[in-house]
Design a protein around this ligand. Structure first.
Ligand SMILES: *Cc1c(COP(=O)(O)O)cnc(C)c1O
Length: 469
């Protein structure tokens, strides 16, 4: 008999120990790269090793190099932790080891994703019939949505991009806020559009797209028209809900109204900000969100599902499928109209990553998700207030979960505070640059973060700031 219990029990014990220690664990790695190489490296194994020994050595070896992003005092980047239901479901997803590409390859995975897709569309208040794909993150959600957009704007110009590619195609312009996330540019590179297709649209001091500038850019199409004469220029507008630094929201309703007057496709990058639509208090920030043509978001950020888990949503399922679908003769496509997940994401074989999302949404429910979003928002404000009270400059309007702070109006001081806070271990946050100035970015995205976490962290930061200055 194969010994499953041994390695799985060892993994279970390591896992629960890690999770139970998380609230008091030092928030930051302890080991250097050299120490990690020493602990984990060595020559290619020639002979087998007992799985129990592998698991024990692995868990010991990585321990000092783990960034405890599941801690309630982890405020780095825009990361989330994992809720018990989503983590447990993620374990089972690995255990069942389903290939979620086709209905025929896993009826269970296909149906769970179909159910979860409908839940998410309703949760975000998007049009019924919106199609959904489960991808690795917002990077791939942006890629997939922009592939659907590329299909549709070229189809409207009489061009079949899936068949004929981009060589000789009418040029596409992409109007995107100057403070868009870098993954938009990268997605456009992957799509063969290149970054030169981007027309940056001016933003305000919070990073919100200026609609006058968008209206102007939409009208100003002479450079794209070239010798084409009349007709519509294939145009995609990329809006953003939740700027990665400030948390600011583009005015989506006006953007959609303007863009649609020019038959442009509107894609919204809502990697974390889309979740604010679940909160009664914050949903006005997303006014008009249902008017867009596609949306990208993450489950591994604010929903606190384990990595990796992103979601792409599209109001035009035919465009979504046209961009992603594959029809090879040997594939058993489901006749009865059941969902073949690979019609909605760029992978072929893949993990059934809708299952942990299903468990997360079911365990929290609409009110539970709203509670996390509202609490993170309140905790971000508590953080900003505590720092501001002691003379720290808060650079942004804390509209969501992001706080940008700067120390002594000085780049060097700010960078030193960030480095020393990371070193001290009470909490962890990353540095960033905002409008050419160094800043500390605080992102409150963890489902466990409470007032004590904020107060302890603010106290630590202020102590370090006094020491540095
Ligand atoms: C995090 C983020 C992304 C990229 O998401 P991944 O999950 O890392 O692929 C894109 N856009 C915004 C606004 C983000 O915050």
């Amino acid at each position: 008999m194969i010994d499953w219990e041994g390695p799985l029990t060892a993994a279970y014990e390591r896992a629960t120990r890690y999770l139970n220690e998380l609230p008091e664990r030092r928030v930051g790695p302890r080991a250097t790269a050299g120490e990690l190489h020493d602990a984990l490296g060595g020559p290619l194994p020639t002979d087998p090793t007992d799985p129990l020994e592998v698991i024990a050595d692995l868990a010991d070896g990585v321990d000092g190099g783990l960034l405890p992003s599941g801690s309630g005092r982890f405020f780095g980047f825009v990361f989330g932790g994992a809720t018990p239901a989503s983590l447990a479901a993620d374990w089972l997803t690995s255990t069942w080891d389903q290939n979620a590409g086709l209905y025929a390859a896993s009826p269970a995975a296909a149906v769970v994703e179909d159910v979860t897709a409908r839940w998410l569309v309703e949760l975000f208040g998007l049009p019924g019939g919106t199609s959904v794909g489960f991808v690795t993150g917002a990077q791939m959600a942006n890629f997939t949505a922009l592939a659907a957009a590329r299909h549709e704007v070229l189809r409207n110009a009489g061009w079949d991009v899936e068949r004929d590619g981009l060589i000789g195609a009418p040029p596409i312009r992409v109007l995107a806020g100057a403070e868009r996330h870098d993954t938009i540019d990268r997605a456009l590179r992957f799509l063969g559009l290149g970054t030169n297709c981007i027309v940056p649209v001016a933003v305000d001091e919070q990073g919100r797209m200026l609609t006058d500038a968008l209206a102007e850019a939409l009208r100003d199409d002479a450079a794209w028209r070239g010798t084409r004469g009349g007709g519509v220029i294939p145009t995609i507008v990329c809006a953003q809900v939740g700027n990665v630094n400030t948390g600011a929201f583009d005015p989506v309703r006006t953007i959609c109204d303007l863009a649609h007057q020019h038959q442009a496709w509107v894609h919204v990058d809502g990697a974390f900000g889309l979740w604010a639509s679940v909160s009664q208090q914050l949903s006005p920030l997303l006014d008009g969100i249902e008017l867009a043509d596609s949306w990208a978001t993450d489950a591994h950020k604010w929903l606190n599902v384990p990595y990796d888990s992103g979601i792409v949503l599209c109001a035009h399922p035919e465009a979504h499928r046209a961009a992603m679908s594959i029809r090879a003769a040997y594939l058993i496509q489901d006749e009865a109209g059941e969902r073949d997940p690979l019609d909605y994401n760029p992978e072929f074989s893949r993990r059934a990553r809708g299952i942990p999302v299903y468990a997360a949404v079911r365990a929290l429910g609409r009110t539970g998700i709203a509670e996390i979003v509202d609490r993170c928002h309140a905790m971000a404000n508590r953080f900003a207030d505590a720092l501001r009270a002691d003379g720290v400059e808060v650079l942004n309007e804390v509209v969501l979960n992001q706080v940008l702070v700067r120390f002594g109006d000085d780049d060097a001081v700010t960078r030193r505070v960030v480095a020393e806070v990371q070193d001290e271990g009470t909490c962890w946050m990353s540095g960033t640059t905002w409008h050419g100035k160094a800043a500390m970015r605080i992102s409150v995205t963890n489902w466990t973060t409470g007032p004590d976490d904020i107060d302890r962290s603010a106290e630590t930061i202020l102590k370090i700031f006094r020491k540095v200055s």
